[in-house]
Write a protein that binds this ligand. Structure first.
Ligand SMILES: NC(=O)C1=CN([C@@H]2O[C@H](COP(=O)(O)OP(=O)(O)OC[C@H]3O[C@@H](n4cnc5c(N)ncnc54)[C@H](OP(=O)(O)O)[C@@H]3O)[C@@H](O)[C@H]2O)C=CC1
Ligand SMILES: O=CC(=O)O
Length: 324
């Protein structure tokens, strides 16, 4: 059996595949593959381990009917046409859970970085602009005791809420489609409507998946309902906020700051005005990028492939989700 990986993946996943007698070919060039190259690689192999790259859409999937599995090295599956994959009988899997801590830590980092304008001050020092210190200069805001609103209190959102409650005794409110009663109990969290989330959050952190329902949900109308002192964090997908509306909301003082691990498009253009704003912190989609977490993700992605090759139920299927 043969597997193609769209990026070089961590050693632990490779070791599991090798131990199962699976031959692995990796894409190691530092450029995106063309569609033709991708189709050719899919045709030569029995499974795809997708660790980044182009959208897995119907035209590509049409060439993948023979694949036993497309194993995603991510929890998000918004880059896959799940409906087409399922209709074509292609198994799709993801890597949930193991990246929740790392991704929440990154959202927490962004929250603090924005509150204290950390990236802006770092840039000043690099530019030789340390400046003249005074009690009224360089002021950020406190987080302690403020209200954290989570949009998408699932695996990652729950860890972010735990971190914020433990570190800063924040009051937790959240908005999901369904109540998360376990989290309500553990975090003393309160389920609110989307509008209440917008109106009451001092820090509003987005952790939903990107779906037609969540796409550009944070637009002009949403930002207009938020507090002028609010910090907006998006550690999920850039497509969930409308970038031009976010820029306008920050420029006009409708909200105070924003921390983004994800942008739309990615990479963000270096001329983007967000990068010049003191109360904005941007990272290049590194939520799960720690040695331990990426190793764990590679193990799970490999285990999904091994199960599919052995005719066993795969541990982390996502095909059923398109029907919800
Ligand atoms: N920045 C990064 O590097 C990373 C980003 N991510 C992103 O984070 C996302 C979340 O991951 P994870 O926490 O593991 O996923 P989960 O499925 O555990 O959590 C998602 C939550 O979003 C809620 N949700 C979904 N749709 C809606 C909606 N329309 N309105 C309100 N709430 C909604 C769900 O609750 P309910 O069903 O009740 O609505 C659920 O609680 C991933 O899909 C991925 O895009 C993940 C890892 C790393
Ligand atoms: O963005 C990362 C993911 O795992 O999803």
């Amino acid at each position: 059996m043969k597997v193609f990986t769209t990026r070089v993946i961590p050693e632990e996943g490779l070791a599991l595949l090798a131990h199962a007698g699976i031959t692995v070919t990796q894409w190691s060039e530092p450029r995106e593959m063309s569609l033709e190259e991708m189709i050719a690689k899919c045709k030569e192999n029995d499974a795809l381990l997708f660790a980044g790259g182009r959208k897995i859409d119907r035209p590509l999937l049409e060439h993948c009917r023979h694949l036993k599995i497309i194993s995603l090295l991510s929890v998000g599956y918004d880059n896959v046409d799940l409906k087409a994959a399922t209709e074509l009988g292609i198994q799709i899997t993801n890597t949930p859970g193991v990246l929740s801590n790392a991704t929440a830590d990154n959202a927490f980092l962004l929250m603090l970085a924005v509150a204290r304008k950390a990236f802006f001050h770092h840039k000043r020092i690099l530019n030789g602009e340390w400046g003249f210190s005074s009690p009224t200069a360089n002021l950020g805001v406190d987080i302690e005791g403020k209200t954290l609103g989570i949009w998408g209190l699932g695996n990652i959102g729950s860890v972010m809420a735990q971190r914020c409650r433990a570190a800063f005794d924040m009051k937790i409110i959240y908005c999901n489609r369904h109540r998360n009663e376990a989290a309500e109990k553990a975090l003393d969290a309160q389920w609110v409507s989307f509008d209440e989330l917008l109106e009451q959050s001092d820090v509003l952190s987005v952790h939903t998946s990107l779906t037609p329902e969540t796409k550009e949900k944070f637009d002009k109308a949403a930002f207009a309902k938020m507090k002028p002192s609010a910090i907006f964090i998006n550690a999920a997908r850039g497509g969930i906020h409308h970038e031009t509306d976010l820029i306008a909301a920050l420029e006009t003082g409708q909200i105070w700051g924003a921390g983004l691990d994800v942008t739309n498009p990615e990479p963000m253009h270096p001329d983007n005005p967000l990068l010049q704003m003191p109360t904005v912190a941007v990272l290049p989609h590194i939520g799960s990028a720690t040695v331990e977490t990426r190793n764990a993700m590679s193990r799970i992605a490999a285990q999904n492939i091994i199960a599919a090759f052995q005719g066993q139920p795969v541990p982390n299927p996502v095909n059923h989700i398109y029907a919800l």
